[in-house]
Design a protein around this ligand. Structure first.
Ligand code: NDP
Length: 389
């Protein structure tokens, strides 16, 4: 039996992972399931899967969790240290699907015990790529990408010599506002931004798809995970979301990965890797689809992409700063304190300010320094927003 833990079990990726596990319960022993605040879902799944431990991030919800799991053998715990403890419990395979930089520490703890880390939490690599990759190497732990584009690249690269790769192309649907007039974007609401044309995902990543901050994170993630140079990573708008990524080789050949927009493919690939197993995802009917379309992204509509290039060229801890400023700007957008297009302007202003503090950006790549850069970027974001009156 494979011992598995799921961090962020109550979210979109977590629930898709649980769906796969529930289809073959005799193959898995569930060690830890974690949630942020959704006790009901966490308790229901911990009960159904007979988890060893259920952890809720919000300590105030611990009594509710205990009550919901009364009469079972599931241990209950809460708070950041309980998340760390759960990530340190021996497991063969750990899904990292907490949203945001909060996923970093449990991910590092899972690597430290040598687990295979299925990484949906792209923020881990954006904020702390060199640290995370060196910890994985130090503990002989494997990281498998779960972001659909990165899973696609990983699959397209199988059996290929990395030196023959000339470029990679990440596709993007273009999000909710792909076809909106540019002048309307300023007034776009969080509800409008949180509708995705093709993928069913959590609210935050869906808004990040509309702004393409999500793709910006993915570009940096591709650099950190595969080691591509910034110039090798391209982005194409592909409204149908059927081609997830393409890998171009020195001989001009392009290997594309196609599939229905269903995260259970990438999750299932990571769950069964290095084998392939049948998955309950729709099969593409290309004749019915008729055509696939592609276009270059418009930099005026998606300024986050240029910010990602800036971060990659700046290097150091600017990824941690970028991600934290983005998370905080998104909080403010969701709370209606800033507009949709303000997010990129504010993140850019935070990068300007922190570039002027090279001691932070160029500090050594330790966990403390990453967390410090993250913390500082959140403060700067709040300051910049407050100063706008
Ligand atoms: P969701 O918002 O749907 O779920 C996030 C999960 O994290 C929930 O379990 C939530 O708990 C938990 N959580 C939130 N805040 C905290 C915290 N501070 N501490 C501990 N747990 C917390 O997100 P998604 O599933 O959409 O995304 C998860 C990750 O996967 C992200 O990094 C995203 O970028 C990545 N990803 C997602 C894809 C998708 O299709 N959704 C595709 C590719 C990557 P609760 O709900 O109980 O509060």
């Amino acid at each position: 039996m494979k011992r598995v833990s799921i961090f962020g079990a109550t979210g979109s990726i977590g629930q898709n992972t649980i769906d796969l596990i529930k289809r073959a319960p005799s193959e898995y022993q569930v060690v830890a399931l974690t949630g942020g605040g959704n006790v009901r879902q966490l308790a229901a799944d911990a009960r159904a899967l007979n988890a060893e431990v259920a952890v809720i991030a919000d300590p105030a919800r611990l009594p509710d969790l205990r009550a919901a799991l009364e009469g079972t053998t599931v241990e209950c715990a809460a708070g950041a240290s309980a998340l760390q403890e759960a990530a340190s419990r021996p497991a063969d395979w750990v899904m990292s699907a907490i949203i945001g930089a909060a996923g970093l520490r449990p991910g590092l703890a899972a690597l430290a015990q040598g687990a295979t880390l299925a990484l949906a939490n792209k923020e881990t690599l954006v904020a702390a790529g060199p640290l995370v990759m060196s910890e994985a190497a130090r503990h002989e732990a494997t990281i498998l990408p779960v972001d659909s584009e990165h899973s696609a690249i990983f699959q397209a690269l199988a059996g290929e010599a990395p030196a023959t790769v000339e470029r990679v192309i990440l596709t993007a649907s273009g999000g909710a506002f792909r076809d909106w007039p540019l002048e309307k974007l300023e007034a776009a609401t969080p509800e409008e931004a949180a509708t995705h044309p093709n993928w069913a995902m959590g609210q935050r990543i869906t808004i990040d798809s509309a702004s393409m901050f999500n793709k910006a994170l993915e570009v940096i993630e591709a650099r950190e995970f595969f080691g591509f140079a910034p110039e090798q990573i391209e982005v194409l708008i592909h409204p149908e979301s059927m081609v997830h990524a393409l890998v171009g080789h020195v001989d001009g050949g392009l290997m594309a990965h196609l599939g229905a927009p269903d995260m259970r493919h990438a999750i299932g690939y990571a769950l069964h890797w290095p084998a392939r197993a049948p998955l309950p995802v729709a099969r593409l009917d290309l004749a019915a689809l008729g055509k696939l379309t592609f276009a270059d992204p418009d930099p005026a509509r998606y300024p986050a992409l240029d910010l990602a290039r800036r971060v990659m060229h700046r290097g150091g801890l600017s990824g941690a700063i970028f991600n934290a400023a983005k998370e905080r700007a998104l909080d403010h957008f969701i709370a209606r304190r800033i507009g949709f297009t303000d997010m990129a302007r504010i993140v850019s202003a935070v990068l300007d300010r922190t570039d002027a503090a090279p001691g932070v950006v160029d500090a050594e790549f330790t966990l403390d320094n990453v967390l410090n850069a993250d913390h500082l970027a959140r403060i700067r974001t709040d300051e910049i927003i407050a100063s706008r009156g």
